[in-house]
Design a protein around this ligand. Structure first.
Ligand SMILES: NC(=O)c1ccc[n+]([C@@H]2O[C@H](COP(=O)([O-])OP(=O)(O)OC[C@H]3O[C@@H](n4cnc5c(N)ncnc54)[C@H](O)[C@@H]3O)[C@@H](O)[C@H]2O)c1
Ligand SMILES: [Zn+2]
Length: 364
């Protein structure tokens, strides 16, 4: 069973299918393909668990499949892996109408999406996200990228998929830490624009941690609704609406880069980053102490870190200085003026930043 949402972007609108047993439901999206041939791109962990099922379902529909498997992990979201994908696409004579299908987490989705945006000046692509984080966030909205040694997601493109197919059954094989990482982005939606959802999460977080199907399906749907709304308002992060999705990410990206990509999961870094941002908001008199406590309590119940690594204030500022959200040399912060209400500002006293950081970093 499943349900369908739409990302409303005029002629580039596309469906998000959410439900169990969707991996084999090729008919949901096959009619959108311009050619009966696809390149199925996945990683070495996902391939042995799921790629045969998807490839078989496609073949049953008379769709030819070129399989491309790349190494798993954030450290491979880079030029080298992207080039391997291009090599395989060219060697297999994939054409401008051959769709790329991303089967995997956000790393595969971001990499495949960027490959699709640039191969032969742009080919269609489909997202089949298999991590909680990818199902609630990265597969929706058309941000694609690879990392540069100097910063995360520095090379990329806005490029929308033809469809997103989130099979909730795939979450059963996900390591527990990856569930937590997805929960961080789910909690983010509640914090930035959806107080009733934040309250629902306070009542249902254990069910999500233990992967109860109905709770997961609801949280994924509500998250995708929020993401789709924001993307429809501000597809290319120009008006400020989409920037709110980066709540916790300015600090989170600094944690990821400062500890070396891969030791902190993206969602874990976002969790600690949201605590820092909440404390900076509190420092500025925008958020009450008991609201900050509600945030840290919910994150802890989701088994997420609420303490950031002590990289030192200077290092944090240096790492944040190369963030994409920098405009005219000034760092733009996303802060809260209450639970469920985020806004963007470049006007943050450095004393508030250092107080927020030092209240959140480990003293050891
Ligand atoms: N484009 C966007 O809007 C956006 C938004 C948020 C995050 N991101 C990006 O997403 C990436 C993080 O994505 P992620 O958290 O999915 O990480 P990931 O893609 O690295 O997946 C996490 C791990 O789980 C494995 N895996 C995937 N599906 C599995 C399954 N069903 N069962 C067992 N193992 C499975 C993967 O092989 C990997 O080892 C980051 O690079 C981040 O920058 C992008
Ligand atoms: Zn994120």
């Amino acid at each position: 069973m499943g349900q369908m949402l739409t990302v409303a972007l005029g002629e580039r609108s596309y469906p998000i299918h959410i439900g169990d047993g969707l991996l084999e439901r090729t008919e949901l999206w096959a009619q959108r393909l311009p050619q009966r041939r696809v390149a199925l791109i996945t990683d070495e962990i996902v391939a042995p668990i799921y790629s045969t099922r998807v490839a078989r379902a496609l073949s049953a529909f008379d769709i030819g499949v070129v399989q491309i498997t790349v190494p798993a992990g954030e450290q491979h979201k880079d030029w080298e892996t992207l080039n391997k994908v291009f090599d395989a696409l060219l060697a297999n004579r994939c054409e401008r109408k051959t769709a790329l299908v991303a089967l995997g987490g956000g790393v595969i989705g971001d990499l495949t999406g960027f490959a699709a945006a640039t191969y032969l000046r742009g080919v269609p692509f489909v997202q089949i996200p298999t991590t909680l984080l990818a199902q609630v966030d990265s597969s929706v909205g058309g941000k694609t990228a690879i990392n540069h040694p100097r910063g995360k997601n520095m090379i990329g493109a806005f490029y929308q998929p033809l469809a997103v197919v989130a099979d909730t059954d795939t979450l059963a094989t996900l390591p527990q830490r990856e569930i937590g990482a997805g929960l961080a982005e789910i909690i983010k939606y509640g914090l930035i624009r959806d107080l009733p959802f934040f309250e629902w999460l306070e009542n249902n977080i254990e069910a999500l941690v233990t992967r109860e199907a109905a709770a997961l399906a609801y949280a994924i749907r509500r998250s995708c609704e929020n993401k789709a709304d924001v993307v429809a308002l501000d597809e290319r992060e120009e008006s400020g609406a989409r920037a709110l999705l980066n709540f916790g990410h300015t600090f989170g990206h600094a944690i990821e880069a400062g500890t070396g990509y891969g030791s902190w999961l993206h969602g874990e870094a976002v969790a600690a980053g949201m605590v820092i941002a909440a404390r900076v908001s509190q420092q500025m008199g925008l958020l009450r102490a008991d609201d900050v406590a509600r945030i840290t309590t919910l994150l802890e119940r989701a088994r997420l870190p609420v303490t950031a690594p002590n990289l030192g204030l200077e290092r944090y500022l240096q790492l944040m200085g190369i963030d994409k959200k920098v405009e005219g040399g000034k760092i733009r912060f996303i802060l809260l003026r209450g639970l469920g209400s985020a806004f963007v500002t470049a006007d943050v006293p450095s004393a508030a930043i250092s107080a927020g950081l030092s209240a959140t970093t480990a003293s050891a």
